[in-house]
Design a binder for this molecule. Structure first.
Ligand SMILES: [Zn+2]
Length: 334
């Protein structure tokens, strides 16, 4: 089931309470999305599907038009996550790394809801949770942008569940900066932030030697500080997890990281499997071969990738202690 912003908040709280993290896959095609749901289903785990601006504008979704891309993404997930096969899997759709001149307009429109109109009814599609890319913003711009999203929600009478980030690649976020960013938003719009993405010593992209600056102590310190600042428990989002050793990921998930973004490694697995498929199927792709059509169709390639990809997603979900948590959350909802 695709969660609305209030249900997403409840799921994030459930993760923090039960000491697990939800895998957040930066999925850039319909095939990647269905593989993630399939892995979540086999682990009985919640999952976050997230997209950045470049995916919304990418060929499989908006082909340059980010709003169209977001609408297609949301409509597809609404149907897929609502189907019988996945109806017991809590799915969050998260906007991740939305930046540039289009960011605020796009996010405000999505908070109000994208209208999907049929002959008989109008349905509004909303992301479950929202973040924007703060890497090029000053602290003041970051605070103002988050407050603007909260204001858009309040003006439209909608709920919004936000992730706020510091410039995650730049430094280990000092406590003073957390106080300034979270404190300022909380003062004006209390209760809208439910995820905090500070710099924790990891970086976006690959790192062959891991991230020596990362420590679970930074996670614990952030969660404690957030509670002091807001009076409620808020979990962390970890960006740049590709390359972090398994034991550190597992420990982070138990210490207060509740969302682990996963992009670089996911892309690498899918593209390498695609490369292998074309290398090993060159004969079947000759038009004289009796199987050339089934090999050439999208299903041929995507089913091949899926076999390589799903077991790795399942392993990562288990590493983050997510297995079994879907039914735990659903039973708590009802
Ligand atoms: Zn990120």
């Amino acid at each position: 089931m695709l969660l609305n912003p209030d249900q997403a908040r409840a799921l994030l709280a459930h993760a923090l309470e039960n000491q697990y993290a939800i895998l957040a896959v930066n999925a850039d095609s319909h095939a990647a999305v269905i593989d993630c749901l399939e892995a979540a289903r086999s682990c009985d785990a919640p999952i976050i599907i997230e997209t950045s601006l470049w995916q919304l504008q990418g060929h499989s979704y908006g082909r340059g038009d980010a709003l169209l891309g977001a609408a297609r993404y949301l409509a597809d997930l609404q149907v897929l996550a609502g189907s019988e096969r996945y109806s017991d899997i809590p799915v969050i759709f998260h906007t991740d790394h939305i930046k540039g001149p289009i960011a605020m307009q796009l996010l405000c429109l999505l908070i109000e809801g994208y209208p999907l109109i049929s002959d008989t009814q109008k349905m509004l599609l909303h992301p479950s949770t929202i973040s924007l890319d703060a890497s090029e913003l000053t602290d003041e711009e970051n605070i103002a942008s988050i407050c603007k999203l909260a204001l858009a929600a309040s003006a439209a009478g909608k709920s919004v569940t936000l992730e706020m980030e510091s410039a995650v690649d730049d430094e280990i976020t000092p406590p003073g900066k957390t106080k300034k960013l979270i404190g300022s938003v909380e003062e004006q719009y209390p209760g809208v932030i439910h995820l905090w993405a500070p710099g924790l010593g990891t970086q976006h992209g690959f790192s062959a030697e891991g991230f020596p600056e990362f420590s679970v102590d930074h996670v614990t310190a952030n969660v404690e500080l957030l509670e002091q600042l807001t009076g409620r428990r808020i979990g962390l989002a970890l960006h740049g997890s590709s390359g972090l050793p398994a034991e550190q990921l597992s420990a982070a998930a138990q210490a207060g990281v509740i969302k682990v973004n996963w992009s670089s490694e996911s892309l690498a697995i899918r593209s390498q499997a695609a490369q292998e498929f074309y290398q090993t199927h060159s004969e079947q792709l000759q038009r004289s071969h009796k199987q050339w059509k089934t090999t050439a169709m999208d299903n041929g390639l995507q089913s091949y990738i899926s076999k390589a990809y799903i077991p790795i997603v399942e392993k990562r979900i288990s590493l983050l202690h997510g297995s079994g948590q879907a039914s735990s959350f659903i039973s708590q909802m009802s």
